[in-house]
Design a protein around this ligand. Structure first.
Ligand code: NAP
Length: 315
């Protein structure tokens, strides 16, 4: 017998857990599928300094843990599973997950975004052997070594600053002259004695595939075309994220970069027409703000819309 839920939430990051708190408090007993990366991006970050309510900041994993406990206290159920396929053409919606099948009257897509890679074969071959997208997970292995961080946004600056706790030197490698990072983060990186910022360079190859460990990178200066080798023991990617919405392709509207298109923040559409009962929140639909607090805000909105939708449908 396949269970039919009032609401299923895909993802257990900041948006999914906020939606879970609201849906649980509305007595909807939401089922949260934790996804491939339980806790989302906050669970692999360090100090969160801009989430209102913690004047001294709070560690990302602790914030997520608190949210999960809060949702659990009101009756949210968690399952370590991810979505395998989805059918939104009939109602209740049908979800096949890695734990089985579940039907649901409403769906909250809070599947977030995952780290972007350069896509070089040498980079892919060395993931876990010196190439990483998570400084907080892997920084520890680079004590006393020289490493590189790719990117010019806040993620790259945050990674670089964090990695100075372990590495003897961190070189930030950015493909342009100017940085996308916020002023405060950039200033901290510039002021750090163990961080060097190199601009106008792209990575052509990660060296060390034969040795099965990162030995360095082959760089190309985009202005002069000049190629050089930089010896490194590790390479961290901080070049942004891609939305986890591929499985919805053809069922709800996605934009050219694969983000879920939403109306009035959380309503999804099918061929331009609002799809009742399916809402998206957090980074899977937000290419503009991508903050923990905005993810939480849209998570709240999605849960309130679910409540309204179910009420209108006699639940
Ligand atoms: P982002 O702002 O989109 O920056 C991505 C960076 O990676 C850009 O500098 C981009 O270069 C570069 N990049 C992208 N693809 C590349 C490629 N294929 N090769 C080389 N470089 C590439 O992403 P983010 O840094 O992850 O930040 C996302 C959001 O989260 C932002 O709103 C940010 O403020 C926020 N955030 C905040 C904090 C904090 O406040 N502590 C920490 C992390 C993130 P171009 O500049 O040339 O496009």
């Amino acid at each position: 017998m396949i269970e039919t839920r009032d609401t299923v939430i895909l993802g257990s990051g900041c948006s999914g857990l906020t939606a879970a708190i609201y849906a649980a408090r509305a007595n909807l007993k939401p089922l949260v599928l934790e996804g491939h990366e339980p806790g989302g991006q906050l669970s692999i970050t360090t100090l969160v300094e801009n989430f209102p309510g913690w004047p001294e900041g709070i560690q990302g994993p602790e914030l997520i843990d608190n949210m999960k406990k809060q949702a659990g206290r009101f009756g949210a159920e968690f399952q370590i599973a991810h979505l395998v396929s989805v059918d939104l053409h009939s109602h209740p919606f049908k979800l096949k997950t890695s734990a089985g099948e579940v039907h649901t009257r409403s769906l909250i897509i809070a599947s977030g975004a995952s780290a972007r890679w350069l896509g070089l074969p040498s980079e892919q071959a060395l993931i876990g052997h010196g190439v990483s997208s998570c400084a907080t997970c892997d920084g520890f292995f680079f004590r006393g070594l020289e490493i590189g961080v790719v990117g010019g946004g806040d993620s790259a600056m945050e990674e670089a600053l964090f990695l100075t706790r372990f590495a003897s030197k961190v070189t930030v490698l950015h493909r342009r002259e100017s940085f996308r990072a916020s002023k405060i983060m950039l200033e901290r990186a510039v002021a750090h004695p163990n961080i060097e910022l190199r601009t106008n360079v792209v990575i052509e190859e990660v060296l060390g595939v034969e040795e099965n460990e990162v030995k360095g990178v082959r760089l190309r200066d985009v202005k002069t075309g000049y190629e050089s080798v930089l010896h490194l023991s590790g390479l961290f990617l901080g070049i942004g994220h891609v939305p986890n919405a591929r499985m919805f392709h053809g069922q709800i509207d996605l934009d050219s970069e694969g983000y879920v298109k939403t109306r009035e923040n959380v309503f999804t559409t099918q061929n331009g027409i609002v799809l009742p009962g399916v809402y998206a929140c957090g980074d899977v639909q937000d290419r503009r703000y991508r903050q923990a607090i905005t993810a939480a805000g849209t998570g709240c909105m999605a849960a309130l819309e679910v409540e309204k939708f179910l009420e209108e449908h006699g639940r």
